[in-house]
Write a protein that binds this ligand. Sequence first.
Ligand SMILES: [Zn+2]
Length: 241
Amino acid sequence: MSDATAARVLEAKGRVVAPGFIDIHSHNELYIIRDDYRELFESYLRQGITSCVVSNCGWSLAPWPREHGDLFRSTLHSMGVSSSFQPEWETQGEFLGWLRRRGLPLNFVPLSAHGPIRIAVMGSQARFSTPEELERMKVMVRRDMEAGCRGFSTGLTYFPGMYAHTDELVELARVAGEYGGRYVTHVRSLTDTFDRAVEEAVEIAERSGSSLQISHFMCVPNLGWTADLVYAAVDVLEKIT
Ligand SMILES: [Zn+2]
């Protein structure tokens, strides 16, 4: 220890030293708004986790859509966010500014999330996007990336991501990829059709040029209805569009 010149020196003899761990899949943006968030995050710090990636599975609290606000709020309510919650932001940049002022107990790595963006542009419409709608979504992903997001996330077994055509996701992931961001996806099936869902994720990464992260890499056979429903919806949309 005698040659140390650092401003602060910790005596770690006999201990294991590791860099802070990173939780690459969290939904902590939903918890940071709670009054007791410091207590909630204490378990992270006790495990040595100092950074977490947030806004996974196509969901985030930003951008907060000006249009379709009631729909957005009711969808958030199903994730445990109080329906009386009043955000102090609209854009991703404003949200990240709010997080900084909030005083984060650990580092947040934000993703641009498909859900709020699709709701802002298309509301609850159960159909593929038009070229004009897709352009508007691309502008919003670009704005998120400019604000500091590190990738683009989707949740394709959920509303509204389940209504997106692969081509839509390629275009949006490409914007994230231009900024070095990765495509992070809760794929379209975690059950019998998992292979088809993984093929789609790989296709999106290859066509968009983004690197790929598959969330929940798992397959539960015979889970049944969720994937059947999602693929039934996509296949019907494919026929009528
Ligand atoms: Zn998920």
